[in-house]
Design a protein around this ligand. Structure first.
Ligand code: SAM
Length: 297
């Protein structure tokens, strides 16, 4: 049976905080980015709000044993009470989405190193408009791939095909000079291993531009409680293949800091920017192992 390539946490590496410098900046990204020199970052990944038209919100619950006042029954008939821990929210409503995003895409182009890569993570709502804007900013010849992150979780529409993928656009500054560490590409199982020899089946194959990966499980170890947190497995693949140890990375819509965790665990430096104080607190906790420097801009 074909199984998704990257499930759950993939990095077993010990943190390399002695070599990774992780900076977290709190502020509007346009203000923060203006302070950095052109060409400062080898890899930029951003995952802006998708313009869903409603605030993105996640409420965290915890179950505690309570035989008297419990509101639900669990394993072996034991009674549990549901405690609301807190809600984290950011706005995702825009009158003029491309008017908001375009100047930030221009900043991404300015800040990218001569051999750098830029990844823009969106979904069907805005990706086509963003592709047109990026073709103008980078040049069509600098477009490399549209990566489809496919998952299979949540409600299923009965009136259209359920939308179960995100789109990640990859652009380079220079199509003749960019990082693509082929040897770092992970291997996935063949769909029909019987059709290839046992050696090939054992080794697995390299993924295509469609990446199967579960979402961050609402109950799993990886979840931070921040809405729309992206899976570490997806981001680690990007970091390993499109940057090298010691490089400086940037995510200026950082949320829970997934790029920062991948960078710190893989020996890269990283600047993370977010305007939401709740995101800053989540990152401070999540990245404590890397001793991040946190500043208000
Ligand atoms: C989709 S979330 C990023 C999630 C992140 N990739 C993760 O794995 O957790 C988008 C983030 O952009 C932030 N944001 C929105 N507008 C911003 C702005 N103008 N400057 C900085 N951050 C902004 C929001 O606060 C939110 O945390």
């Amino acid at each position: 049976m074909f199984r998704p390539a990257l499930e759950g946490r993939t990095t077993e590496n010990q943190p390399t905080r002695d070599v990774s410098v992780i900076d977290i900046h709190h502020g509007d990204n346009l203000d923060v980015l203006a302070r950095f020199d052109a060409g400062s970052f080898a890899l930029i990944y951003i995952d802006p709000p998708f313009n869903t038209g409603k605030p993105q919100s996640r409420t965290e619950m915890r179950m505690v044993r309570d035989e008297e006042g419990g509101d639900r029954t669990g394993f072996q008939g034991k009674r549990y009470r549901t405690l609301k821990i807190g809600t984290k929210t950011y706005s995702d409503v825009f009158d003029d989405y491309m008017g908001f995003l375009s100047p930030r895409l221009e900043e991404a182009h300015r800040l990218l190193a001569a051999n750098g890569s830029f990844f823009l993570h969106l979904d069907y709502r805005e990706v086509h408009y963003a592709k047109v804007a990026l073709d103008q900013i980078f040049g069509r010849e600098c477009f490399m791939n549209e990566i489809v992150w496919a998952y299979d979780y949540g409600a299923r529409s009965k009136t259209r095909w359920p939308a179960k993928h995100d789109n990640i656009l990859w652009y380079v500054k220079d199509p003749a000079n960019y990082t693509f560490n082929f040897d770092e590409v992970d291997r996935i199982p063949y769909m029909a291993p019987g059709l290839v020899g046992p050696e090939k089946a054992e080794r697995g194959k390299t993924p295509t531009d469609t990446w199967w990966h579960t979402i961050v499980s609402p109950n799993g170890k990886e979840k931070t409680g921040y809405p729309t947190q992206k899976p570490l497995g997806i981001i680690e693949r990007i970091v390993k293949v499109h940057s090298s140890p010691g490089d400086r990375l940037l995510d200026f819509f950082a949320g829970s800091g997934t790029l920062g965790e991948a960078a710190a665990r893989l020996g890269r430096d990283c600047l993370l920017v977010d305007s939401n104080p709740e995101a800053i607190e989540v990152m401070r906790t999540r990245l404590a192992f890397a001793e991040p420097r946190v500043m208000d801009v």
